[in-house]
Ligand binder design. Structure first.
Ligand SMILES: [Fe+2]
Length: 304
């Protein structure tokens, strides 16, 4: 059912441009990213793995480290003007701006960027001018492509246990992402609170580019979703997942709110990827955010 729409949806956050992960086992990511997901490995400095899924230089960068965790997310501001406006907006709200070095900009293949911390401790980066775009995507295993055009890499769901309200306020009111849906589910077990997920969209048709869940995860990530062009491609990826011995976090199913046909695989280091297709694309000028209590039309049996 519709709710009152967020007053704060600021045009300008174009989409989720990249995600930076840290991983203990870079080789596992290399095998999983290229052999299961079908991404293309791109040349990067030592101890970094760039995974390319479209014309961008990469969408996921994995850096070797001592823990498996989210390092940063990068929001595409689409122009220097929008980037400056976001910087001014965040400064006016009293946030500390974290400067990035030219080397860090170069590693991210962007002209300019800055960062702030979210209430969960994540680095939230804003950039414009992704350089090195336009190179053709050629999957090593024949995946025809990923659905990213005009909508960013996919969506990221953050583990926000204990700070879910602060995180929601930050991403919606401070940053200006728009409400898409609020999902409430019964507790997983007696004595636990109901599960709540806030789904937020950027200024593009993807149903949500970010979501916040009131559950914990050591990596900071509940899951990262990438979208394939057909349910058959999801099925083929599902075959590769099982053949490779990767565990499922959820079986095949279809979500109600974004219509995504997908499954969830526990990737390297326990970081879960949702592999989906047929995600809903929304005209936010005519569609109101929703409140829901049913997550799936069918499937998605979770195995925590
Ligand atoms: Fe998802």
């Amino acid at each position: 059912m519709p709710t009152s729409s967020s007053e704060s949806h600021a045009p300008g956050i174009g989409g989720l441009g990249y995600v930076l992960l840290q991983a203990v086992d870079l080789e596992a990511w290399r095998g999983f990213g290229t052999g299961v997901v079908g991404a293309m490995e791109v040349a990067m400095p030592r101890q970094c793995l760039g995974l390319k899924i479209d014309e961008h230089p990469y969408r996921v960068l994995v850096t070797q480290g001592d823990a498996d965790r989210l390092l940063a997310m990068g929001w595409d501001m689409r122009s220097a003007q929008n980037l400056a406006a976001m910087r001014a907006r965040l400064e006016s709200k009293g946030l500390e701006i974290l400067e990035r070095s030219p080397e860090e900009a170069s590693l991210r293949c962007v002209e300019s960027l800055f960062a702030v911390k979210d209430p969960l401790g994540n680095d939230v980066e804003f950039y414009h001018g992704r350089t090195g775009c336009g190179g053709a995507f050629a999957s090593p295993i024949g995946v025809p492509g990923f659905v990213t055009e005009g909508m960013g890499l996919g969506h990221l769901v953050l583990a926000a246990a204990g700070a879910e309200q602060a995180a929601y306020t930050f991403y919606r009111d401070t940053l200006g992402l728009g409400d898409s849906d609020t999902l409430t589910l019964p507790p997983m077990a007696e004595g636990y609170p109901p599960i709540q997920v806030n789904f937020l969209h950027a200024d593009n048709p993807r149903h949500h580019s970010l979501a916040l869940c009131n559950l914990p995860s050591p990596s900071g990530v509940m899951h990262l979703m990438v979208e394939l062009p057909s349910v058959d491609e999801v099925g083929r990826c599902h075959d590769r997942t099982l053949a490779g011995g990767w565990g499922l976090m959820a079986s095949l199913g279809r979500h109600c709110n974004d219509n995504m046909f997908s499954f969830y695989v526990k990737g390297p280091g326990g970081i879960t990827l949702e592999i989906g297709s047929e995600g809903r694309q929304v005209d936010w000028s005519t569609v109101e955010p929703t409140v829901s209590t049913i997550p799936d039309y069918w499937g998605h049996a979770y195995q925590f």
